[in-house]
Ligand binder design. Structure first.
Ligand code: ADP
Ligand code: MG
Length: 433
């Protein structure tokens, strides 16, 4: 593979630096007739596929006499060593991420109360507010604050950080293995218990029961308990009352979406941490045009930076940023309608628009319909029930189900993903211009 790279280098050094240099050869998944190559992102992958796949196959054949099939996959850019999904999803590994500290948390009116409460708990665990309950929307810093408490205390206290989902899985596993005593020992003997995304316990009665006992044991021993949720306790409908009233007995604080100033500060901080320089006008552009979800904003910054690097741009201009982030800009998402999607998909799949919303089980039409549903969920403001109705699905859960299996395929099938990325671009370019 190095030989191939070298000959591509001497052929076109500029493209080599931009596109080829960072390709990796995936030995594990390759054999003599199949080369799997990893590109740093989807843009490079697409480019290599279009312009270089044949060339690489040819060079390989010259070397080995075997004509290989070439597969180009992406390794998405990850911040540090963990992916967003890992941090975002309820299956977050139960680890404290060292970067999530009070120092790296930007305080503004929207989160001041939550920050102060968390700080106070960290400084006086078990003695100030117990439990501390932090709630707020996605990507607004709940996990960050919860982990900041953990990082602050981890060197001299026994701290457990866990998502409620993992707590449940662990609980079930111990029940199955009849090792509940070990489970109880672990959770009832810590000094600080941090449970993230407690809303996932809703409806899980047995886990709630167990958690109730854990909670009481810790509480009575003046151990600190901190919880986060996407909503306040009184809105956690499927939570048993006695647990809810325990939560309500402590301090409940919320995190609001950041004001523009706070958002700008957070973006600055994220740039600084990731070693990215962006001029003020772009930071402001990002702050005003993108959603409040800071996790998403961070992803955009990394993407912008990666694209600039890949294209050899040293000074990112506003126009470049606008172009690069086009698909994520709020107002454009708002204008895409179900009709736009139907029109595009009908054309792409070479079928009639009416067939997409029909009951036909023809394979091609089913695939078209699924794609349309996915795009509808992603790019329109329509609710899931409305989408279900429009596409003639039974109910909203049928839509969720369709999206789930679609996402699974996106993850597993790289060619499929590239095709969908292209469709995504198309639907937005169409509206954007
Ligand atoms: P939540 O748990 O509320 O969904 P997270 O705590 O995972 O959100 O935050 C998402 C991302 O946004 C993280 O990278 C976090 O560091 C960052 N973030 C959110 N709020 C702030 C803030 N006030 N200062 C610095 N970073 C923040
Ligand atoms: Mg979180």
């Amino acid at each position: 593979f190095d030989k191939i790279k070298n000959s591509l280098k001497s052929e076109n050094p500029v493209n080599y630096n931009k596109f080829i240099k960072n390709l990796e050869f995936d030995e594990e998944n390759s054999d003599s007739a199949r080369l799997v190559i990893r590109a740093p992102n989807i843009f490079i992958a697409n480019f290599i596929k279009r312009k270089y796949a044949n060339k690489i196959a040819e060079l390989y054949k010259q070397e080995t006499g075997i004509e290989p099939s070439i597969e180009i996959v992406t390794k998405e850019i990850k911040p540090k060593n963990y992916s967003y999904e890992e941090i975002a999803s309820p299956t977050t590994p139960s680890i404290l991420i060292p970067e999530y500290t009070f120092e790296s948390f930007i305080v503004g009116p929207s989160n001041q109360f939550a920050y102060t409460a968390a700080k106070s708990v960290a400084e006086n665990p078990g003695k100030s507010y117990n439990p501390l309950f932090i709630y707020g929307g996605v990507g607004l810093g709940k996990t960050h604050l919860l982990q900041a408490i953990g990082n602050y205390l981890k060197n001299h206290k026994k701290v457990i950080y866990i998502t409620s989902e993992q707590f449940m899985n662990e609980f079930k596993e111990h029940v199955r293995n009849q090792t509940m005593d070990r489970f109880q020992e672990k959770y009832r003997n810590c000094d600080v218990l941090l449970i993230d995304d407690i809303q996932f316990l809703a409806g899980k009665d047995r886990t709630q029961e167990e958690f109730f006992h854990t909670f009481n044991e810790l509480y009575n021993n003046k151990k600190q308990i901190c919880l986060t949720s996407d909503r306040p306790p009184k809105k956690l409908h499927d939570l048993v009352d006695r647990l809810r009233s325990r939560f309500e007995a402590g301090l409940i604080v919320d995190i609001q979406p950041p004001e523009l100033e706070t958002k700008i500060e957070i973006i600055r901080k994220k740039c600084e941490i990731n070693g990215i320089y962006l001029p003020n006008e772009i930071i402001e552009f990002i702050a005003t045009k993108l959603d409040d979800n800071i996790r998403e904003i961070e992803g955009m910054i990394l993407k912008l930076n990666a694209m600039a690097k890949l294209l050899g741009i040293t000074d990112i201009t506003l126009d470049f940023a606008k172009q690069a982030l086009k698909e994520f800009i709020k107002d454009k998402k708002e204008n895409i309608t179900l009709e736009d999607i139907i029109e595009l998909i009908a054309k792409e799949f070479n079928i009639k628009p009416s067939e997409i919303t029909s009951k036909s089980r023809n394979q091609n039409i089913v695939a078209a319909r699924r794609t349309a549903i996915f795009l509808a969920r992603e790019f329109t403001k329509e609710s899931t029930p409305a989408i279900a109705k429009y596409f003639g699905l039974k109910d909203h859960s049928a839509v969720s189900h369709a999206i789930k299996s679609f996402n699974k395929k996106l993850k597993e099938d790289n060619d499929f993903r590239i095709k969908i990325e292209e469709l995504k671009n198309k639907i937005q370019i169409k509206k954007g211009e």
